[in-house]
Ligand binder design. Structure first.
Ligand code: IPM
Ligand code: MG
Length: 368
């Protein structure tokens, strides 16, 4: 049998720095756990634009369709701000999501005990927090037509379209209900059915799927604005949240910050399972390319490493090894390892990106 394959796309900004630590972790699993992956690396985002004039080359897209999982770092940076919209770094990421049909974006927000003090909210509101946002990722206003900027008389008009089919809503709803069954068995669906027809349809379809297929799961509905408010008021009321592409983008940043730092949050973007039951999949940290700290060795690699843990769990059926890696991270955090983003009000000396990689590898060794 051949090794499972991974395509690494480090991308821009701190992407390559954090991904370098993931590569060390992947090697560790090969050496110490007999879990060897065939790894190849390619360009995405601004890095691809610099070489190819497009943010994702066709050959890279083709490889992404063939491998068992894609790991992506981050895309974008000020250098590319003035590029034409069609070749902006973000378009490379959106093309991967769309063409791989990665409709279900899992964004867990978990508060590590050691970091409960770092949240902008009071400790008792976030300690023990464990919620999962399931964001629809291939439709909605990100992709709806018509779109564009046109002239009407003397002024310009910007247009984007929020559009959802029943099929698109149903499949992401199923993915949320399936996850809920393995967790706290609760789903809260968020939309704006009070002002948007697409929200009315969203609520209808989620309710139908619930009644027909998942009556054992507890379902509630919330307007997305109220959802944002509840996330900062009492986040532990939630288990799984399912929502559309744009609301999911906003709500997941909000949820991420509850946990203390955006540098901690991983994500998995999954498509439908193939014949062997393996979904097309891409894993990426929720944080962006962070141009302000690029190249300084300050970036926290944990979100990217936790994204690889999600790959172990969701693509490679290695739940125990994923847990091993998560536990190693928990261990170094409770031992006090802190990158610059995790410096609390009491201060201290931060460790570098590579040093964080070092201590996680040590904790992995200690786990054997
Ligand atoms: C995210 C990011 C992306 C998005 C950007 C980089 C296109 O914010 O993954 O949340 O808006 O989806
Ligand atoms: Mg975002």
């Amino acid at each position: 049998m051949s090794n499972p394959s991974i395509l690494i796309l480090p991308g821009d900004g701190i992407g390559p720095e954090v991904m370098a630590q993931v590569t060390r972790i992947i090697d560790w699993f090969g050496e110490k756990r007999d879990l060897t992956f065939d790894v190849e690396t390619d360009l995405v985002g601004g890095a691809a634009y610099d070489k190819h004039g497009v943010p994702l080359a066709d050959e890279t897209m083709a490889r992404a369709m063939e491998v068992d999982a894609v790991l992506l770092g981050a895309v974008g940076g000020p250098k590319y701000d003035d590029l034409d919209f069609s070749v902006k770094p973000e378009r490379g990421l959106l093309r991967l999501r769309k063409e791989m049909d990665l409709f279900s974006n899992l964004r867990p927000a978990q508060c590590f005990d050691a970091l409960a003090d770092f949240s902008s909210l009071k400790k008792d509101i976030v300690s023990g927090l464990d919620i999962m946002i399931v964001r629809e990722l291939t439709s909605g206003v990100y992709f709806g037509e018509p779109r564009g900027i046109h002239k009407e008389g003397n002024e310009r008009v910007g247009v984007n379209t929020q559009r959802y089919t029943e099929t698109e809503i149903a499949r992401v709803a199923r993915s949320a209900f399936e996850l809920a069954r393995k967790r706290g068995n609760k789903v809260c669906s968020m939309e704006k059915a009070n002002v948007m027809e697409s929200g009315i349809l969203w609520r209808d379809v989620v309710t139908e799927i619930h009644e027909a297929e998942y009556p054992d799961v507890e379902l509630s509905h919330m307007y997305a604005d109220n959802g944002a408010m509840q996330l900062v008021r009492a986040p532990k009321q939630f288990d799984v949240i399912v929502t559309d592409n744009l609301f999911g983008d906003v709500l997941s940043d909000c949820a991420a910050m509850l946990t203390g730092s955006l540098g901690m949050l991983p994500s998995a973007s999954l498509g439908l399972p193939n014949a062997e039951g393996r979904p097309k999949a891409m894993y990426e940290p929720v944080h962006g390319s962070a141009p302000d700290i690029t190249g300084q060795g300050k970036a926290n690699p944990i979100a990217c490493i936790l994204s690889f843990a999600m790959a172990l769990r969701y693509s490679f059926d290695q739940g125990d090894e994923a847990t091993r890696l998560e536990k190693a991270i928990e261990k170094v955090l409770s031992d006090g390892a802190r990158t610059a983003d995790l410096m609390g009000p009491e201060g201290g000396t931060p460790i570098s990106t590579t040093q964080m990689g070092d201590v996680i590898l040590e904790a992995l060794d200690a786990s054997l």
